[in-house]
Design a protein around this ligand. Sequence first.
Ligand code: SF4
Length: 214
Amino acid sequence: MKIKINEIFFSLQGEGLQVGVPTIFIRLFGCSLRCSWCDSMYSVEGDDYNELNTDELLNIIEKIECKNICITGGEPLEQKLQLENLTNILLDRNYKILLETAGHIKPIEIFKNPNVIISMDCKCPSSNMQKKTNVKYLKALESKDQIKFVINDIVDYEYARDFVTSNNLRAKIVFQPVFGSDLKDLANLVLRDKLLVRVVPQLHKIIWGDIRGV
Ligand code: SF4
């Protein structure tokens, strides 16, 4: 079974609860959303991908010698069968997996495995994809998982704040400022409103800038 891969690279996890942890990134190709601030359009449109079978993929990642894997995109769940197959194989080989998903497709059962963290977006207004979020999927996440709000402005902040205070969510909450927006403003708002969330900027962009493959 072949899977469309945009890129594979080794770096520090730059986002969310695992921030700073050395990780292999497997970026799957293809996404039906079009977020206004998308920073990986090269994995959404065009033809920048290779179709790899599982052996070819394992051959690449086993050479890196790291047991933390982030499966990202694009939208990984848009290649559902291939993703399920890959996840099964990785779990059998004792990898720990972080799956990044946009929140418009139901996650598959295998992601309930304790060695998988689901990082699901709740799209804020400035993304222009707010209506694509399926609240049911966010509410079904467990305490091992995380919900990520990418926040660009005060409208996004108020949307995210109202969402987390009015819904009974088990997953941990991350507020991530859009790269280049004012981190201090977001931090002050969270402290003012005493929210039980984590404010986490994109570490990889602070270290290396807004470039691909890190
Ligand atoms: S869901 Fe992710 S990959 Fe798809 S357009 Fe939005 S930010 Fe880009």
